[in-house]
Design a protein around this ligand. Structure first.
Ligand code: F3S
Length: 396
């Protein structure tokens, strides 16, 4: 792989041991994927933040890296942590867990990474533009950046995104090259999708068939919330990093000879059945916000809750910046008055929600429905947001 003189010197340690380590990792990654060179990237989004996921070994690695002098040289952002950084006392966590999580977030802050703690940076003003090269790691953010924004990123790991943060560079391969941004499977959707949950079901179904191939869809007319749900689900059952929807995504490219798959209503109904457990309706709590809830979703919940009271706990997960806006707009007050809560910095999957005593959750997220049984040992009921709220509230 070609390195210019400056990059060679950085690799040899001219800019300190942390930069040399980061260069070493990026060069090794580039060689594996046969990248011809490293290119500058304008932002990094780093996963590997929750103590639940990376534990004390991950916390020590990050702290040591920060102590070595690692410093972000491009705008860098982190994924949700394993707890709300202000309300962790309400989450029934051990003190070891809390200390470990604090250490992780402090390590990122010491490295100059913005502690945004959200998987949806595009909802708090971090929107790379068309053809902008970035190094993002969170799979739902990667697919959104490539597909909806037209930015260019591979599906980075937490470590490689951190290395990009320290060097401002990323290996030039995969989705950084225009010729690789083309769908190998075209799904022809023959059913009406009317809710983000329908898009999530389509994503779960098609992601399973696609594996890591790029996909295109015909017959859809989604808005951005729908595309957010579709992408997050596609990136869960599959390793899909980009999708195309004619007239809706900034790019539309289908490889000649791509596989054609017709999607029938029964395909989505079968998918729905997989995520409602045993067909029963019961659940102990409601979780909303995977990927992190947008202000529009919070507003929708608040409007549905006006004049109603929840029969069970409801948790909305979002970025702290959006919670502050929800506070100002009065949404938080309506939600809390009805018995719900808005948690920041974390989510139902990367926090140990089973420690709060819940065995089954109602949710509107395909991604959370896919991961919660294995990552949080809870059952799931995947339903439209409106249906959940109306069935779990009473008028006051
Ligand atoms: Fe975000 Fe947690 Fe879902 S990190 S995409 S809300 S699993």
């Amino acid at each position: 792989m070609y390195l210019n003189k400056e990059q060679e010197r950085a690799l040899l340690g001219e800019n300190g041991p942390a930069v040399a380590k980061a260069m070493e990792i990026l060069v090794a990654l580039g060689k594996i994927f046969e990248a011809e060179k490293l290119i500058p990237c304008t932002s990094s989004q780093i996963s590997g933040v929750s103590y639940k996921n990376i534990g004390s070994a991950g916390a020590d690695f990050l702290w040591d890296f920060a102590e070595m002098g690692a410093k972000a040289v491009i705008p860098s952002y982190i994924n949700p942590a394993g707890m709300d950084m202000e309300r962790y006392a309400e989450m029934n966590l051990t003190s070891e867990y809390i200390q470990g999580q604090l250490k992780i977030v402090r390590a990122y802050a010491k490295m100059g990474v913005s502690t945004t703690l959200t998987c949806a940076p595009y909802q708090i003003g971090v929107e790379p533009s068309f053809r902008e090269h970035v190094a993002w790691a969170e799979s739902s953010a990667v697919i959104y950046a490539n597909s909806v924004l037209g930015a260019m990123t591979n599906r980075e790991s937490g470590v490689s995104a951190l290395c990009s943060s320290i060097t401002g560079l990323t290996p030039y391969y995969g989705l950084h090259l225009e010729e690789n941004r083309s769908a190998e499977i075209l799904f022809r959707v023959g059913c009406e999708l009317s809710d983000p949950v329908d898009y999530a079901l389509l994503g779960l179904y098609s992601g399973r068939l696609a594996g890591s191939k790029l996909v295109a869809f015909e017959g859809l007319s989604p808005d951005r919330e729908d595309m957010k749900a579709l992408g997050a689900a596609l990136a869960s059952t599959g390793g899909v990093a980009m999708f195309f929807i004619k007239g809706k995504t900034p790019e539309w490219r289908v490889t000649e000879g791509a596989s054609l798959i017709d999607v029938e209503p029964s395909d989505l109904e079968n998918e729905r059945a997989k995520y409602t457990d045993d067909g029963q309706d019961g659940a102990e709590a409601i979780t909303i916000g995977c990927p992190h809830a947008s202000l529009a979703e919070i507003a929708k919940v608040a409007n549905l809750l006006r004049g109603r009271r929840l029969k069970k706990p409801l948790y909305i997960y979002t970025a702290r910046k959006l919670k502050e806006q929800a506070d100002e707009l009065g949404y938080t007050e309506i939600i809390e008055r009805a018995g719900g809560s808005i948690f920041c910095d974390t989510c139902m999957v990367v926090s140990p929600i089973n420690r709060m005593g819940f065995k089954t959750l109602k949710m509107s997220s395909g991604k959370a429905a896919h991961y919660s049984p294995s990552m949080s040992q809870v059952g799931v009921r995947l339903l439209p947001l409106e249906k959940i709220i109306l069935s779990e509230t009473e008028t006051v």
